[in-house]
Design a protein around this ligand. Structure first.
Ligand code: PBG
Length: 327
């Protein structure tokens, strides 16, 4: 009679039916929380462009990691904000540098209850804001930077990081870091490679969070990937896995779900995605104006990231989502 034989709406009729046929379930185990610790402050400082996020003191960081653990969030990614920056970013590998001191305190407070990952880069520590060592002409010197990354990795592992996460997009960074860690006896320290990391305008609020301004109005186009390229992400990921990455990441997340889906299909290591500061800030700002339902949009976006292939997601919503999920 011309009526449809297959009626997909049958399985959408009740909440319990929809629950039964749900293909993607976001759980607390899928979450990793990015956290900031700043040297030289005695109270946590709210980050204006990331409502609800703070530059922590070491004690407030420890308390926040304990709170995340109590709601079941399995991992954190730590960023350090030093009191003083220099051309080389030497506080990044100083055993007494802020990230190392914080890692030590957090590790002794929570032990193996939480996966402690440390972002491994120089931009928070250099006075010019680039992710590596500059040549006299102002370009980033790849291989000199790799030697510094080896030192940072060892300092972070020694301080208590179980995972180091190189985010500088230098060629060969995973191999160099693996070699550096192994040479110092850190064979069990894992590498989470920011493998397909794009030169995105969505990192704006993060740069407020870590007090980074790229010298001379510069940018990272000479080392991060250009947003227009899809195949190139697979080349980045293949190299990182061949160099020894234990896990890989796609970043940002929501605008790059095609990349995430490609990467998931191409490798057998765990794949993560980073819902970055600008993605979080846009949801928070629109919600603040009453234009969208913030928690609902956050859940929709995170579910989409998981549906596209992420095994876990770095997100500033981690604590809120864990609480909402009843953690
Ligand atoms: C580099 C780094 C950045 C982010 C994570 N690691 C900034 C950059 O590449 O400029 C961005 C994270 C975010 O926006 O939430 N250390």
């Amino acid at each position: 009679m011309g009526f449809p034989a297959r009626r997909l709406r049958r399985l959408r009729r009740t909440e319990v039916l929809r629950r039964m046929v749900r293909e993607t379930v976001l759980g607390v185990d899928d979450l990793m929380a990015p956290l900031f610790v700043r040297e030289g402050i005695d109270q946590p400082v709210p980050i204006t462009s990331l409502p609800g996020q703070y530059q922590h003191t070491v004690p407030s960081l420890v308390a926040e990691v304990q709170r995340l653990a109590s709601v079941g969030v399995p991992g954190i990614m730590l960023f350090g904000v030093p009191a003083a920056k220099d051309p080389e970013g030497s506080a990044a590998w100083d055993p007494d540098g802020i990230a190392q001191r914080a890692l030590g305190e957090v590790a002794s407070a929570v032990g193996d209850q939480v996966v402690l990952a440390a972002d491994l880069c120089l931009d928070e520590y250099t006075d010019h804001g680039h992710c590596g060592i500059l040549r006299p002409d102002g370009t980033v010197d790849n291989d000199t930077t790799l030697e510094r990354y080896q030192k940072v990795a060892v300092a972070q592992a020694r301080a208590g990081a179980g995972v180091v996460a190189p985010s500088g997009m230098m060629d060969g960074q995973v191999a160099a870091i693996r070699e550096g860690l192994d040479a110092e006896g850190f064979q069990t320290t894992a590498i989470l490679a920011y493998a397909a990391k794009y030169a995105s305008a969505l990192y704006g609020p993060f740069r407020d969070a870590v007090d980074v301004t790229i010298a001379g109005g510069g940018n990272r186009h000479a080392y991060q990937q250009q947003p227009a390229n899809r195949r190139e992400a697979l080349a980045e990921v293949a190299l990182d896995v061949a160099e020894g990455a234990d896990m890989v990441m796609v970043k940002p997340a929501n605008p790059y779900l095609d990349i995430l889906s490609d990467v998931r299909a191409a490798v057998d290591v765990p794949v993560s995605a980073y819902q970055v500061s600008g993605e979080y800030a846009m949801v928070m700002a629109a919600a603040e104006r009453g234009w969208i339902d913030g928690p609902a949009v956050a859940m929709e976006q995170l579910t989409s990231i998981k549906r596209a292939g992420a095994d876990f997601i770095l997100t500033y919503f981690a604590a809120d989502v864990a609480e909402a999920l009843g953690g």
